[in-house]
Each structure stands twice: as C-alpha cells, then as structure tokens.
Write a new protein. Structure first.
Length: 429
C-alpha cells in the first residue's frame, strides 16, 4: 500500500477492492488517530470507565446481598411466624420488649389445637449460663424447646439424635449442643455421650446440630445449646424468676408460604380472645412474620440497586456525551485531512466508518478498563468492607455491550457529520 492509499484508507488487493477501505485498515487508521492524542482519548473514556465500573460493583454487591439474605432466610427456617410478649409499662412508662409475661403454654396449646394452618408450634424459654466440661468452660445461651422447634427453625443433626418423647415429658437431663459450644468444650473431639454442667446441673450430650454460621444480625447461631422445655423450667429457670408456665416466645410454622398471612391473622384474633383484650386496646403480644421481614429487606436492596443503576446509567450517558463532543472537535480539527482523503478516493462511507471506529475504540477501551476496575473494586469491597459480592459473567458481558452501544450511539452523529463534508470545501481549510 502506498502513502496515498494509506491516507485514503484503500487497500491494494486488486482492482475489485479499490474504492472501499477494508475493516483492518479502518481499525488501523482509527488506532493511529487515537494514539496521536492518547491523553485526550483516555480522558474522553473516563465517563465510560466510571459508568461500567459502577455497574459491575453495584450489581455484584446487590446480588451478593440478595444471596446473603436468601441464605439467612434458609438458616432461620422458612414459613415461620414468631409470637413474642409486647412492650410492658411500669407506672405509665413504656418498658422494653419482652418485659411482660404475656405468653404461656396454654397459648401454645390453643394455637396448636385451634388454628389448622399452624402445622408446627413450639414454645421456648432461654437464658445465659456457664457450661463446663472437664477443664474447659464457656459462656453461652441455653434454649428450652419443644419437639417442633427443630423442624420449624430448620436445625439439622450432624451427630447423635434429637430428644425423644420421654425427654420432653420427663424433664430429662439431655442436651443438644451447637458447633461453637462443641468446639469450645471438646475441641476436635466428639461430644456425644459426654457429661457437661449447664450452670450447676449435669447434662448428657446426646446430639450435635449442624452449623448454621452467622445470623443476619451478626450473631453466632452455633453458640447455643438446647434442652427440653420442662427440663429448662425445672432445672435452669429458677434464676429467671418467671411465673410457672411462662413462655418467652412461641414459634409457629406453616406447610406453605401461602398460609402465612392467614395464620398470622388467626394468631392475632386467637391471642386477643385468650388474653381477653378489649376492642381498641393495645395487644400484650407481637406477631412477626419473618418472611415479610426478609422480604422488606430484599425490597430495600432492590431499590438501592435501582438507585445505583440509575447513577451508573447517568455516568454512561455523560461519558457518551463526552465522546460525542470530543469526536465533533476532532472532525473540526481534521477537516483538511478528511478533504484530502476524499479527494484521493476515500468514500463518505470510509470516513464515517473510521470515525465510528474511533468512537467505538474509545468506548470499548474504557469498557475494558471499567470492567477491570469494577471487578477489582468489588473484590476490595468484599475483603475490606465486609460486603457480600456475587460476580456474574453475564453482567460483565452486559457491561461490555453497554460500552459498545455507547460508542455506536454517541459516535454516529460526529461520524455522519464528517462523512457529509464537501471535499472541495474541506480542502480549502
């Protein structure tokens, strides 16, 4: 290819190819033009870089948070409703949640017998104590529970067994421990069959539950031990000074998620009847649907993702406008070059393709840099900011597509303007 053909963008591959520039020639000329002013090209691409990086970080954190919420919901147990005592009052002053003893075993029995959708019902009391095994000791939480508690809260066994029916009715001194308690008291050893002291009471370990990890509120769900409800009342509850038959919480599980709303309404109605609460009076209990709670957090995450997506979109638009402005300036600066190329054989289509290629290369280059920054930023956010991330190759591919679309859309007008220049008028410049 001679100098004139190179300037015109025409390959010398035979007479049949003369009059149109090849794809590689166009890319080569576009790259040569951008290299001649690489600082300006880099600054032009900043908007696209920031927009693409923002999209990747936003989507990665959003999907990671959603996955964390789903995992939390699975650990907490699905299709579950919690009933707790409400806020008490002392001489008109509002006290903390659970400061009243409004729930009793009679409430749990009535819920089990009178609400058909309440498939699983378990009363619960709890307290904190020191547990001792040989020379090891640990401070943890104990839970006094009924049989349905393990089902509705999705606790699985890793070793041993859960309580038998006679354990619940006979207040047996059997205990099921969490992974953290096992590790603190027995190290890597098996705890099954060993004796531990819960407070001052000796218990036999009959089971170990599978680890659940961290809760959605940052607590260690495995730092726990379980005993039968009657055992807790008779042997561990004395220090709590609670009336006989009192429950701190009633957990209700349904077979399907569709039944939750109906069961929740029935719970409110039944408990108001049992507690003889007059119409218009304040409830002495609270009913909390955990599915709705997690759903609200999911909706909040979704709205934040939409907000960040809007910010990223604005960044891409601003970056695209920057590309268009610089390309228009480039057309003005290169009028003589365009006129000379047209005069020696380049077609308007060749001119248009070159300027489109330049816009595309700026946008695509910015997109690749933005992807690298976005992936790196997401990983840094996970490592140092303790944010959950979920990198998605589809999102990265979508970000690349956005970069290409931005270059095509905002590069079209400058390319068309360059292609419409009159060669004679351009040469006069």
């Amino acid at each position: 290819m001679n100098t004139i053909d190179a300037l015109a963008g025409i390959p010398r591959n035979g007479d049949e190819n003369r009059g149109r520039a090849g794809f590689l020639d166009i890319l080569g000329m576009a790259l040569y033009a951008l290299q001649g002013n690489w600082v300006r090209s880099t600054l032009t691409a900043l908007g696209v870089i920031i927009g693409i990086a923002a999209v990747i970080v936003m989507v990665s954190v959003g999907q990671g948070t959603q996955k964390r919420l789903d995992e939390t919901m699975a650990r907490l147990g699905s299709n579950r409703i919690e009933v707790m005592p409400s806020f008490g009052r002392n001489r008109g002053a509002r006290m903390g949640a659970g400061s009243t003893y409004a729930l009793t075993t009679k409430d749990a029995v009535a819920i089990r017998d009178r609400i058909p959708g309440a498939t699983y019902v378990s009363g619960m009391i709890r307290g904190g104590t020191q547990v001792i095994a040989a020379e090891q000791n640990w401070s943890t939480q104990w839970y006094g529970v009924e049989a349905d508690y393990f089902v509705v809260n999705d606790w699985q066994l890793s070793r041993g067994q859960f309580f038998a029916g006679s354990d619940y009715s006979g207040a047996a001194t059997h205990v099921v421990i969490g992974e953290t308690v096992r590790e603190k008291l027995f190290g890597d050893g098996d705890a099954i069959g060993n004796m531990i002291r819960v407070g001052r009471v000796p218990f036999t370990v009959i089971g170990e539950v599978a680890p659940k990890g961290e809760s959605g509120w940052g607590g260690d769900m495995d730092d726990v031990l379980f005993v039968p409800l009657e055992t807790a009342r008779r042997r561990l509850m004395g220090q709590l000074e609670m009336p006989p038959g009192t429950l701190m919480r009633i957990t209700v599980g349904t077979s399907t998620a569709e039944e939750l709303s109906e069961v929740e309404a029935a719970l409110n109605e039944l408990l108001r009847e049992l507690h003889k609460i007059e119409p218009g009076a304040e409830d002495d209990f609270r009913v909390r649907n955990l599915t709705e709670l997690v759903g609200a957090r999911t909706e909040t995450t979704r709205l934040m993702s939409l907000l960040l997506a809007a910010v990223a979109t604005i960044s891409l638009i601003v970056g695209g406008i920057g590309i268009m402005n610089i390309m228009l300036v480039s057309v003005t600066e290169r009028i003589r070059e365009i006129g000379l190329r047209m005069a020696i054989g380049a077609t308007p289509g060749d001119i248009q393709k070159q300027f489109l290629a330049e816009a595309m290369m700026i946008s695509l280059g910015g997109g690749f840099i933005g992807i690298a920054i976005g992936v790196g930023g997401a990983m840094l956010a996970s490592k140092y900011g303790s944010l959950p991330i979920e990198l998605n190759l589809q999102v990265i591919a979508l970000a690349t597509g956005f970069a290409v679309a931005t270059g095509l859309f905002f590069g079209f007008y400058p390319a068309q303007k360059a292609a419409k220049l009159d060669p004679i008028e351009a040469l006069r410049q």
